[in-house]
Design a protein around this ligand. Sequence first.
Ligand SMILES: [Zn+2]
Length: 101
Amino acid sequence: MSNVGRENFYTCDACGAVMVTVDVDEGTTPMLIDCRVGVCKGLAQSGWYAPKPKMAGSATWEWYRPAKKTTRGLSTEDRLHVSLGGLLLRPRSEGGEDVST
Ligand SMILES: [Zn+2]
């Protein structure tokens, strides 16, 4: 089943922040990600595409598949992740579909 267009959310163990994400490409997403809220060094855990918490708001992050030519700039770890079918996370405003609004 495709997850493209589906929302997911990650809850940080340390600060409790909820990051809402959306898949914009086909691929796999990690179970744990670094918390991106402020200077928090916590780990945020996937909600497994369960319905997001009511207070979470709309998706501000998106999972995307980088173009082949852009993977050069990635870390070795990210390149490996992408080569195994993984998606990368970026803020929704960067090249996302909501820019024109
Ligand atoms: Zn956090």
